[in-house]
Write a protein that binds this ligand. Structure first.
Ligand SMILES: Nc1ncnc2c1ncn2[C@@H]1O[C@H](COP(=O)(O)OP(=O)(O)OP(=O)(O)O)[C@@H](O)[C@H]1O
Length: 727
């Protein structure tokens, strides 16, 4: 390994391969408020404002100079972007609303979506203060308006009066239904988000309030006792019993608390009780007949779906023969694919064409945004059993909404569930958990994973508890697969990051070797060996800069064999890929990761003309003899990879490093997390918790202690109305 000079860590050397901005959407107000479906943090969308003409005469297109003075001032302070102002003023023109305070409120509602909120609370001083933090305060400093001090907010009472009187705004939950914004309970929504929230509320409440199905108590009791025999299984047993009788169960818990185990076993319970008496004489299925309920397993990303399927099948394989036969081999898919994705707002299954399944289990529900949850709930048969599984302490979805967190924290919707019969007891639930159970929520708390010397789970627990001293203590102890590299991450040198470099190079070597050998499974396995994670997209602590850095290290380390670049293609064998948009036809979705591997007989990758490497050091190869091409992209489960020809690939990026948002739903054996400076608005408790819990063996945090403290001190705030009853 050759030492790179410190200058190779110079941020200015980083090339941003992904600087494409979203298409301008400022003209059509409805599309202007449609969030990007990209799985990436909010700051990526800040630069949008720099691409959109707002009629500025100053030449600075980030400033909305044609807007009323109040909006101009808030724009100049960086509180709202020019696009937010543009949407608000356009909606104002369409509805005859000229009051600047109302337009400011609408611009804030648009702005709030980018932070993941569904609405803006004008009466919440903390939220307004958070919005007043310029969202582009990232180290790159590459977007948004120049910050001046924000002007004072409009006087609250008159602001609310103006909003309530506005022709732009519908007030309350009822008529009229054709206005672009909605004011409910002190919250201002863009109408589309209000409708999605109402849909989720209505359909969740209907599920909770539906009369319970009453499975045969003796059979249920026997199945629960068989599948959850130990005293320590009590909460898992309760969740399974709840799922057998009710139409919505929300199963939560941190890593290693047995969520997946519970899912697999509860499927066995549900299949058993659905199998009726087992009396073959009357035609009822028996154990040997296999599954009788149609079950769908889904997760927000392909990677998470692959993990879910693998984990569930692993648990099923350990069940007794009858339960194994009853449960079968459930397939997992993405939520998009389950619903039959056609476009961001259109799916094959919907309220008029329900999914056929009797049971639908969604894992990693924290990543499901409000709009997708609304579409999923609409598409379910009313009598289907829905089980939402996830960890509400993780980062919420990139798009607006924090549905899992909201469902867990809501006040109770239905009276105490009376159907908990037979073996389950709620004795060990505290008062808050008893209340949550009325909303179908069962929280698993016991960590069962046997890694007693690992400090990753105690670290995650300290982050979740907001205990920054403990977090730093565990990190600094440097034992049990946890380490802290204390550093100013904007000025890292080679020596400081040598551990990170060694891990990245090791994983990269294995990846490239497997890819060149045409070993798809080996390459996909190597892809999860180590991952560099960051918070930002751009800047010295951004994904673009670190992806370029890791790529340079790996190229250097594997240069002896030369790059393998099949002739006539830009595709480098061994390049790790990240899919950046959905392509239902190919079966790849935003956030899926894969790798380019040599296709067919590796000897077909013979030298083409090493002397004409187009200025690039490396080995060029001819296409395989059979014309099938010499490189193929592989994705998904290492044991059954999905192979995609390069000409059919949707847009992809190289993924030597990724944002923590992107990494959600995936796990890696080793994780190196590089945190931005403590002033970054993206440093949140959920970000740190999510990154730490992606690691199986080792998590290395490269950060200043101040940045760690800042992350732990800032839980994410997301405004929505789901936690409150309708007025
Ligand atoms: N009731 C139990 N008793 C003993 N061991 C259990 C129990 N439930 C789960 N386990 C074991 O604990 C480990 C973690 O379980 P599981 O993978 O189901 O957790 P999880 O919550 O899905 O974790 P993650 O979110 O990290 O994927 C597994 O090894 C599993 O076999």
């Amino acid at each position: 390994m050759t030492d790179a000079t410190p200058s190779s860590l110079d941020p200015s050397s980083a090339v941003d391969p992904s600087s494409a901005v979203e298409p301008s959407s400022a003209v059509d107000p409805s599309s202007a408020v449609e969030p990007s479906s990209a799985v990436e943090p909010v700051e990526t969308r800040m630069s949008t404002s720099a691409t959109i003409s707002t009629g500025s005469t100053t030449g600075d297109v980030r400033l909305a100079v044609d807007a009323p003075a109040l909006l101009r001032d808030f724009n100049a302070a960086g509180v709202v972007a020019a696009t937010d102002v543009h949407v608000a003023t356009r909606l104002g023109r369409l509805t005859g609303e000229g009051d600047a305070s109302v337009l400011l409120a609408v611009a804030l509602a648009v702005r709030a979506l980018r932070g993941g909120s569904v609405c803006v609370r004008l009466d919440d001083a903390d939220e307004l203060a958070a919005l007043a933090r310029p969202e582009d305060a990232d180290p790159a400093g590459d977007g948004g308006a120049p910050a001046t001090d924000p002007p004072p907010w409009p006087e609250h009472a008159s602001w609310v009066r103006a909003v309530e009187a506005s022709p732009l705004v519908a007030v309350g939950a009822g008529e009229p239904v054709d206005r672009p914004a909605r004011w409910v309970g002190g919250r201002l929504y863009l109408d589309r988000y209000w409708r999605d929230e109402l849909t989720v509320r209505r359909l969740v409440d209907a599920r909770l309030a539906a009369p319970p199905s009453e499975p045969d108590a003796a059979r249920l009791g026997a199945a629960l006792a068989r599948l959850f025999p130990a005293a320590s299984d009590a909460r898992q047993r309760l969740a399974a019993e709840h799922a057998a009788g009710r139409r919505l169960t929300v199963l939560t818990g941190g890593p290693g608390t047995g969520k997946t185990t519970t899912v697999a076993r509860l499927l066995a319970v549900l299949q058993d009780v659905a199998g009726g008496s087992g009396d073959a004489a009357v035609g009822a299925p028996t154990a040997g007949d296999g599954p009788v309920l149609s079950v769908a397993l889904a997760a927000p990303t392909g990677k998470a779906a692959a993990r879910l399927q693998e984990a569930v099948r692993g648990v099923v394989a350990d069940l007794g023969p009858d339960d194994r036969a009853r449960t079968g081999l459930p397939e997992a898919t993405t939520v998009h694919r389950l619903l039959g994705y056609r476009s961001a707002t259109r799916f094959r299954h919907h309220a008029g064409h329900h999914l056929p399944h009797d049971v639908v289990v969604v894992d990693e529900t924290s990543m499901v945004p409000l709009s997708l949850m609304a579409r999923l709930l609409e598409a379910l048969r009313p009598d289907a059993h829905l089980v939402l599984v996830g960890d509400p302490d993780q980062l919420a979805s990139v798009e607006a909404g924090a549905v899992l967190g909201d469902l867990v924290a809501r006040p109770p919707v239905v009276e105490l569930v009376e159907t908990l019969v037979s073996t389950s007891s709620t004795d060990e639930l505290d008062d808050a958990e008893q209340v949550a159970l009325r909303n179908g929520v069962v929280r698993l708390v016991t960590v069962h994973r046997q890694e007693s010397d690992s400090a990753i789970l105690p670290l995650a627990a300290a982050i979740r508890d907001g205990d920054a001293d403990m977090v730093l203590e565990v990190l600094r102890a440097g034992a049990g697969g946890v380490e802290l590299v204390e550093a100013d991450t904007e000025r890292l040198d080679e020596h400081t990051v040598r551990g990170l470099r060694d891990d990245a190079v090791d994983a990269g070597r294995r990846l490239v070797a497997a890819a060149r050998a045409g070993d798809a499974s080996g390459a996909l396995d190597a892809l999860s060996a180590h991952r560099v994670m960051v918070a930002h997209r751009r800047g010295p602590v951004g994904v673009a800069r670190w992806a370029a850095q890791v790529e340079a290290w790996v190229e250097e380390a594997t240069a002896d064999a030369g790059l393998v670049v099949p002739a006539g293609t830009p595709w480098v064998v061994g390049r790790p890929l990240l899919v950046t948009s959905n392509d239902a036809e190919v079966g790849l979705y935003n956030g899926d990761t894969g790798v380019l591997v040599a296709d067919g007989d590796p000897s077909a990758l013979r030298p083409f003309d090493p002397s004409t490497g187009s200025g690039r050091r490396g080995l060029r190869t001819a296409p395989a003899q059979d014309g099938a091409g010499a490189v193929v992209a592989v994705f998904g489960d290492a044991r059954a990879p999905l192979r995609v020809r390069t000409h059919r690939l949707p847009p992809v990026e190289t993924v030597h490093a990724m944002t923590v948002h992107r990494a959600q739903g995936s796990q890696f054996r080793r994780v190196s997390l590089i945190l931005p400076p403590s002033s970054s608005p993206l440093l949140t408790r959920e970000l740190l918790y999510t990154a730490v819990t992606r690691a199986q063996e080792l998590v290395r945090v490269v950060a200043s202690p101040e940045a760690v403290r800042a992350a732990v001190a800032h839980p994410v705030r997301r405004a929505s109305g789901l936690r409150e009853p309708l007025p």
